[in-house]
Design a protein around this ligand. Structure first.
Ligand SMILES: NC(=O)c1ccc[n+]([C@@H]2O[C@H](COP(=O)([O-])OP(=O)(O)OC[C@H]3O[C@@H](n4cnc5c(N)ncnc54)[C@H](O)[C@@H]3O)[C@@H](O)[C@H]2O)c1
Length: 336
């Protein structure tokens, strides 16, 4: 069955993996990508999509109603990955987060109301909207207590999308995913930063004592979950999507070091981030009831990710050379 998708933010990490996932798993589709090409976007991701039939790229901002109208024309499915995503940047200044992660979502939702053929609007939210949890796991009904400006802005978009379901009957689904890793992630994120530093023989910065716990989701598993929700999710519902594989930052670092043949002398401990959430943990039984499960262990996902960065230096080398190092781990230490 023919289907037309609008995927926003697909010049970035998860959205780009999702577009490749769609073309690998579906025939007879058209995909339009709307992306403003911010600092975390890669033109090489867009170039890779040109191989696909029915692919169109619109460079524009989700806050711009004209760009949104052009890109959404005729779409049956909208998946909104576009966002300001870096917690450290939001702590420094949250203006762009309020614009994109709340007002931008509103612009998309308003246009979606005019697209009468629209069957699904998926708002990609985050587990950070729950805040952190010391014991147990978050369910979709858990209290929402975001603890940094990124998470608070994402919660604005998350609930705004839900309000369009309740108020206007828009076919909205909200997903809350845990920490993703995999190919094509911007190098500020911990895993690609560590891998590329180690390829270059540099140290890796670990916040505080590295005791924080994160749940790691391989991006391919995230894509399969979102794809499943397009057909089988229930409008108005929220779905947690996690790896259900929790590691302390030190455990994660140890695995990457071992896989890349390095030892602990490659670690540099740096001052902790203010308000650093201690642990995130998601209960994903609602997704499993739909028939989804994760296919990748952390070790399998990390091996694939390391291999991708080793094989695709042409993708990340220019990014690394032009990166604003103020926002790398260690940023807070440097500000003392
Ligand atoms: N990375 C994770 O671990 C994670 C976990 C849970 C949820 N999420 C959510 O998944 C989505 C994608 O995250 P990511 O890691 O791929 O981020 P990313 O930073 O790699 O990509 C974001 C993309 O959105 C684009 N963008 C930003 N502002 C825009 C705007 N105003 N208009 C149009 N395009 C804009 C950027 O240019 C970039 O290409 C985000 O909504 C994020 O909140 C990410």
């Amino acid at each position: 069955m023919f289907r037309k998708y609008l995927i926003t933010g697909a010049a970035g990490f998860i959205g780009s993996n999702f577009v490749h996932y769609l073309y690998r798993h579906h025939k007879d589709i058209e995909v339009t990508v709307l992306d403003k090409m911010g600092y975390s976007a890669s033109p090489l991701n867009i170039k890779d999509f040109q191989q696909y039939p029915g692919f169109t790229f619109v460079q524009g901002d989700i806050c711009d109603p004209v760009a949104v109208q052009t890109a959404m024309q005729g779409a049956q499915v909208v998946v909104n990955f576009a966002a300001e995503t870096a917690v450290d940047r939001s702590i420094d200044n949250a203006n762009s987060f309020l614009k994109t992660d709340i007002a931008g979502v509103h612009t998309l939702l308003q246009e979606a109301r005019r697209q009468k053929q629209l069957q699904r609007f998926i708002q990609i939210s985050t587990d950070e909207v729950y805040g952190h949890v010391l014991e147990g796991s978050f369910h979709e009904t858990s209290e929402l207590k975001p603890r940094n400006p990124y998470a608070a802005s994402k919660l604005g978009g998350d609930r705004l999308a839900y309000s369009f379901f309740v108020t206007y009957g828009l076919p909205v689904i909200v997903t809350r995913a845990s920490n993703n890793y995999g190919p094509r992630a911007y190098l500020e994120k911990v895993i690609p930063l560590f891998i590329t530093n180690l390829i270059d023989g540099q140290q890796v910065p670990v916040y505080g004592e590295g005791k924080q716990i994160r749940d790691w989701l391989f991006v391919e598993d995230h894509c399969s979950a979102v794809d499943l929700l397009v057909d089988h999710g229930v409008n108005g519902e929220v779905y947690n999507i996690g790896g259900e594989q929790e590691l302390t930052n030190m455990e994660l670092t140890g695995r990457i070091l071992r896989m890349m043949g390095k030892d602990k002398s490659a670690i540099k401990f740096v001052q902790d981030r203010p308000g650093h959430d201690f642990r995130y943990s998601l209960d994903c039984s609602k997704m499993r009831k739909l028939g989804w499960k994760q296919r990748y262990t952390v070790d399998e996902g990390l091996e694939q990710t390391i291999a991708w960065y080793r094989d695709n230096e042409h993708w990340w080398r220019p990014i690394k050379e032009n990166m604003d190092n103020r926002y790398l781990a260690g940023f807070w230490g440097d500000k003392k």
